[in-house]
Ligand binder design. Structure first.
Ligand code: ADP
Ligand code: MG
Length: 344
């Protein structure tokens, strides 16, 4: 099977939304009046971002999902994507399920594959997604309605969508550093290998959230991006985040038993610093609590309020009594990344 056969067989499909799809030197997308394009690229490399023997259908899903997650974080509606693929060999038994996982998710979001590039090389997939947001919007200084990392204000509530930390827990289990019961491992592993991009929630939050980011590198690290771009600090009530670890919440004999067997620190590390969740972390003023609840309902995506934005730079972690937790006590590998910055 040659390069062009491969493209025709697995990656050429009708693209009614695009003016021109696969087959020419460029694809053509019509930009709609009053709309802006949101564009993002994410690359997944075998051995670095995934195990080379990962189920190809899940991999196809994941490489698009991580890109859709960036559109979600901006509140953009997905339109189309391109796929650059490096393959060690043209293996049909791998390509067919890979394309299936990829295109099923693409169809679910009405996101068309309009082009790409294919070459022999170490297994790598690089996707660029194109989405759209209304130009007209309330973002100060920029004429856009896109959700940005900047824009959070002092006193804003901080929320996170869905569940947190299960992808990181699955990774630890697959690496053999923690032991999980089979059913919980399978559920956590699905979170790692088939993440859900919160595309509907992102769009529902336009005009409600003041800032938003997706959680790809860990909650505290990605919240750190919002703090940095918004020039603020935050306090997080750690007790509110712990129940978000689904494997712990669903542990047969209860969360206390999870803590006893796997360690409460493991849970905290996964929830606060684990990567690959692809949830949204976002801010909104307390006056918008009802609107946030509506956005969650409308998008069928649970959200949890976990903290508050502060004027003082840096990140304060509070225990259930409201006492500051010493970050060193949590052994969060990435903590330096968001350590208190010197004040202005
Ligand atoms: P060029 O050499 O002009 O860059 P190619 O010959 O590499 O174009 O690709 C031919 C067509 O196939 C182009 O429309 C390109 O976008 C598309 N294409 C190549 N690889 C992929 C892929 N993995 N998925 C979808 N379309 C692809
Ligand atoms: Mg080419």
């Amino acid at each position: 099977m040659g390069e062009f056969d491969l493209i025709r067989r697995f990656f050429t499909r009708p693209t009614p939304r695009a003016v021109l799809g696969v087959g020419d030197d460029c694809a053509l997308l019509q930009s709609a009046p009053g709309m802006q394009m949101a564009i993002s690229t994410d690359m997944l490399v075998a051995g670095r971002h995934f195990f080379a023997d990962t189920d190809p259908q899940r991999l196809g899903h994941k490489c698009l999902a991580v890109n859709l997650s960036d559109l979600a974080a901006c509140g953009a509606r997905p339109l189309a994507f391109t796929l650059a693929l490096a393959l060690p060999q043209a293996d049909e038994a791998w390509l067919a399920p890979f394309a299936k996982g990829l295109l099923q998710l693409a169809d679910a979001h009405g996101c068309e594959l309009i082009g790409g590039d294919t070459t022999r090389g170490p297994l790598t997939m690089c996707i660029t997604v194109f989405g759209e947001v209304p130009a007209r919007g309330a973002v100060p200084l920029l004429p856009t309605s896109a959700l940005l990392r900047s824009g959070a204000r002092v006193g804003d509530d901080i929320y996170v969508s869905g569940t947190l930390g299960d992808a990181a827990l699955a990774l630890r289990a697959l690496q053999g550093t923690v032991a999980l019961p089979t059913d919980l491992l399978n559920a956590a592993r699905a979170r790692l290998e088939q993440p859900t991009a919160r595309v509907a929630l992102g769009q529902a939050l336009r005009g409600v959230a003041t800032a938003c980011a997706d959680v790809s590198d860990g909650l505290l690290g990605d919240l750190g991006h919002i703090l940095e771009r918004s020039g603020l600090g935050a306090q997080i009530e750690v007790e509110r985040t712990l129940p978000l670890l689904a494997a712990r919440a669903n542990f047969a004999d209860g969360a206390a038993q999870f803590d006893a067997q796997l360690g409460r620190d493991t849970a905290l590390q996964c929830v606060l610093a684990g990567g690959d969740d692809y949830e949204l972390v976002f801010c909104a003023p307390p006056t918008e609590r009802e609107a946030v609840a509506q956005a969650a309902l409308q998008s069928a995506t649970p959200v949890t309020r976990i903290g508050t934005m502060r004027a003082e730079r840096g990140l304060l972690l509070l225990d259930s009594q409201g006492r500051a937790i010493a970050p060193e006590s949590l052994e969060l590998a990435s903590f330096d990344h968001f350590a208190a910055a010197p004040g202005p």
